[in-house]
Write a protein that binds this ligand. Sequence first.
Ligand code: NAP
Length: 303
Amino acid sequence: MTRVAFVGLGRMGAPMAARLAGAGHEVTVFNRTPRPELVPAGARASSSCAEAAAGAEVIVTMLADGAALHAVLDGADGILAGVAAGAGAGAGSPAGETGARPVLVNMSTIGPDAAREVAARAADAGLDFLDAPVSGSVPAAEAGTLVAMVGGQPAVLDRVRDVLGAMTREQLHLGPVGSGAAMKLALNLALAVTNETIAETLLLAQRAGISRDAAYDVLAAGALASPFVTYKRAAFADPVNAPVAFSVDLMRKDVGLALALADDVGLDVPAGRSVAGVLDAASSAGLGDRDIATVLTAQDAPG
Ligand SMILES: NC(=O)c1ccc[n+]([C@@H]2O[C@H](COP(=O)([O-])OP(=O)(O)OC[C@H]3O[C@@H](n4cnc5c(N)ncnc54)[C@H](OP(=O)(O)O)[C@@H]3O)[C@@H](O)[C@H]2O)c1
């Protein structure tokens, strides 16, 4: 049993925190907007990040973006202040008993530079750091079958393997801090392009007289079949009214970070550039807070 602080009870964070509490870890949660209904059974709600982090052995963040991560780290109520207070409380804290430094595990999707910067700040505050963004959406978060892409020291990963194991079915180590973030951006570029490809496939089939349902049967049975194609079926059936699993605006954030990474490494990614424009158009059409399947709706204007 590990003492875990979990920050960010969004669409992904709430079920992930519930998995942790369900696995028997001692979980304290914090969300910027108080959401008592999202505090998992067996977990405790705290009134600040600092309170949640004080004395925790592992601190998990699952937030919208890098700005949100900075917002929860900094200030008198932030994670770093809480860790300092917990350390000041002495050897009575669980982290003090084992002698191990607490570990900050960021599972939000941020850029590799941001991950390295946070790791440096965490190190100054006496924390080890891993970037561990995830593949899989809300159903995988609920089932604990996410895949974590991990950057950081292998020995630190080993120390938090049971905590990550409660939320993820695989924890793939990719290299030093920033590697998990970079892999996640590369992967989400593929996901964004695939999402757009599904929309174009369905629209093309539909304009050729094939129902969306029949076209999806072929997608789900054919060579392109994948977990993503399978779990997006209901969303593509009725994109505007579908429960939001992953919003257009969050995907646009990830594609923007992926394009910046491509720029840094001197690579052109034309499909990525194109899908950024598609997501911008969906956002301009007022669909930014809807599920990413609404790219289909945004493109379904009569030609
Ligand atoms: N949804 C997916 O399918 C999926 C899959 C894999 C990875 N991801 C990534 O996982 C992360 C979370 O995604 P999500 O879908 O769970 O997002 P979400 O439902 O929009 O939740 C975002 C969370 O971030 C918090 N937040 C935002 N700005 C903040 C700030 N300035 N200060 C403090 N907290 C702030 C929100 O708090 P409030 O409640 O107060 O707004 C909420 O807890 C993102 O990085 C996303 O790219 C998402």
